[in-house]
Design a protein around this ligand. Structure first.
Ligand code: TYD
Length: 218
């Protein structure tokens, strides 16, 4: 059974949509496992609770350690038992977030050097983590994301500024291009603007098409 990874900027409603998709799959007779990164296990907790934030190098390493454990103890067993794995962020986030952070840490500013950094992170992870069959990137304008964040949260944290969201969105376009070039993962961008039901319908048709191309009947 496949792994579907979900990525994108914060505030795009990813987690709610993944839960809905899991119910929809269940109604069609497919068991799925919804899981996320960073995990809530040891390394994941350390990443989430780090204050101040881990250094760029420590953070890269912590995500790899968290992911190794996640792959070993959660993802592979679920695949073996025939479940579809719905992963709320995966190593594509490491490419986008750590790739960007490390690029500025090392002073890489030209496109080729940043691509190189992202690729290094991809390869480091693909050495132990199975590629997703589908990568679905939630996308929406920065204005819309900011509007949602301010409606849903008591306070907007400092990472969720306009500049930061623009940066993250650009990083995911880079990830999209690089992952598509590997030919190993189908990459689809979903327009996450609009109400919940509209986005759910878009997602279901993307998954139906993707499974159809793999010969899996939903
Ligand atoms: P997020 O999905 O927002 O988790 P939650 O909603 O439970 O807080 O993920 C937390 C942050 O972690 C998010 O801003 C992206 C970041 N992240 C990375 O920087 N690298 C990674 O490899 C992953 C998986 C996440």
């Amino acid at each position: 059974m496949p792994i579907i990874a979900f990525e994108g900027i914060d505030g795009a409603g990813k987690s709610t949509q993944i839960r809905q998709l899991s119910i929809w799959l269940k109604n069609r007779g497919h068991d799925s496992l919804v899981t996320c990164e960073p995990t809530h296990q040891g390394y994941g907790k350390r990443i989430r609770e780090a204050n101040p934030r881990l250094s760029p190098l420590e953070e890269r390493e912590a995500f790899v350690l968290d992911r190794r454990e996640h792959v070993e103890t959660v993802i592979l067993p679920a695949l073996r038992s025939g479940k579809v794995v719905l992963c709320d962020r995966y190593y594509y986030s490491s490419m986008a977030y750590q790739g960007t952070r490390l690029s500025s840490y090392y002073g890489f500013f030209d496109e080729a050097a940043i691509d190189g950094m992202f690729e290094e992170i991809r390869k480091e992870n693909e050495a132990f983590a199975p590629c997703a069959d589908m990568l679905i990137i939630f996308d929406m304008s920065v204005e819309e994301a900011l509007k949602r964040i301010s409606q849903n949260r008591v306070c907007v944290d400092s990472f969720e500024t306009r500049e930061n969201l623009m940066q993250v969105r650009a990083s995911f376009s880079r990830v999209e291009r690089l992952i598509r070039a590997t030919g190993k993962t189908e990459v689809v961008t979903v327009d996450a603007s609009g109400d919940e039901a509209t986005v759910s319908a878009r997602l279901q048709s993307i998954v139906l098409d993707g499974f159809g191309r793999r010969g899996v009947v939903l």
